[in-house]
Design a protein around this ligand. Structure first.
Ligand code: B12
Length: 216
C-alpha cells in the first residue's frame, strides 16, 4: 500500500470506526516512515473532528462516536509510543502533572499533549481522566511538579479547572506551581478569568507555553 493510501485509509477508518484496521494501518504507517505527529494532526484529528460534527448534526450516534474514538485511540497509542521514543535521553525540561478534570472522560487531546510534552523533554505524570482536585494536587506535591496541566472538553466541566485553582490557593501552594489549561471549549478569556497562568489551543502550542512558563 502506498504511503498516501495509508494516510487516506487512516482517516477513513477512524470515520467508520474500524478499530483493528486502524491499528494495522498505524503500524504500517510507522514502518513506512510516516511522521507520527503529522499522522495525528493531519489524519486522525481531522477525522475525529468530523465525527464530532456528525454527532452534533445527529448523523452519528453515541455508539458511532465510541467506535471512532476507540479506532482513533488504537492508532494514537502506536503513534504516541513513537513520539515518546524520539524524546529518549533528553535532560528533563521540568515536571508536569496532566489530566482531564472531574466529570470528563475525554482523553484523546490530553494524551496528545502529554505525549508531545514528553517527547520535548518534559517529565510528564499523566493522572488520567475524571480527576478530582485531591488527586491533581497530591500528585503535584508528591512529585514537586513545576506545572499542573488540566484538560476539559465539556463546557460543564470547565468550571472544575477553577475549582482546582481555588483548592491550590486554600492549601497555600498556588504560587508553587504554574497552571495551564486547555481543551476544545477552553479559551484564553476563560484561562484569564479563573487565574490560570496559561492556555494553549493545541499540543504544539502547549509545549511552547510550558517552555515559556518554565522560564518565568
Ligand atoms: C471522541 C469524543 C468522545 C469520546 C471520548 C473517548 C476518549 N477516549 O477520549 C466519548 C465517546 C467517550 C465521548 C463521550 C461524550 N461526549 Co464527546 N466527543 C468526542 C469528540 C468527537 C472528539 C474529542 C477529541 O478527542 N478531539 C480531538 C482532540 C485531539 O482534540 P482536543 O481534545 O480538543 O485536544 C486538543 C486541544 O484542545 C488541546 N488540549 C486538550 N487538552 C489540553 C490541555 C492543556 C493543558 C492544553 C494546554 C491544551 C489541551 O490540545 C489537543 C491536541 O491538539 C468531540 C467533538 C470535538 N470536535 O471536540 C465530542 C464532544 C466533546 N463530546 C460531546 C458530548 C456531548 C459527549 C457526551 C456527553 C455524550 C453523551 N451523551 O454521553 C459524553 C461525555 C462523557 C463525559 N462525562 O465526559 C460534545 C460536547 C458538547 C457540549 N457542548 O457539551 C462534543 C463537542 C460532540 C458534539 N458535537 O456534540 N466523546
Amino acid at each position: 500500500m502506498a504511503i498516501e493510501e495509508i494516510k487516506k485509509e487512516l482517516y477513513n477508518n477512524v470515520l467508520s470506526g474500524d478499530f483493528e484496521l486502524t491499528k494495522e494501518l498505524a503500524l504500517k504507517a510507522i514502518s513506512e516512515g510516516v511522521n507520527p505527529l503529522e499522522a495525528i494532526n493531519s489524519y486522525l484529528v481531522p477525522a475525529i473532528e468530523l465525527v464530532g460534527e456528525k454527532f452534533g448534526r445527529k448523523e452519528y450516534f453515541l455508539p458511532d462516536l465510541m467506535r471512532s474514538a476507540n479506532a482513533m485511540k488504537s492508532a494514537l497509542d502506536i503513534f504516541e509510543t513513537e513520539i515518546h521514543k524520539s524524546g529518549i535521553e533528553r535532560k528533563s525540561q521540568g515536571k508536569i502533572v496532566i489530566g482531564t478534570v472531574k466529570g470528563d472522560i475525554h482523553e484523546i487531546g490530553k494524551s496528545i499533549v502529554a505525549a508531545l510534552l514528553s517527547a520535548k523533554g518534559f517529565d510528564v505524570i499523566d493522572v488520567g481522566i475524571d480527576v478530582c482536585s485531591d488527586i491533581f494536587i497530591n500528585k503535584v506535591i508528591e512529585k514537586k511538579a513545576d506545572i499542573l496541566a488540566m484538560s476539559a472538553l465539556l463546557p460543564i466541566t470547565m468550571p472544575y479547572q477553577a475549582a482546582v485553582i481555588e483548592e491550590l490557593k486554600k492549601r497555600g501552594i498556588r504560587d508553587k506551581v504554574k497552571v495551564m489549561v486547555g481543551g476544545a471549549p477552553v479559551t484564553q478569556e476563560h484561562a484569564d478569568k479563573i487565574g490560570a497562568d496559561g492556555y494553549a489551543d493545541n499540543a504544539v502550542d502547549a509545549v511552547k507555553l510550558a517552555e515559556s512558563l518554565m522560564k518565568q
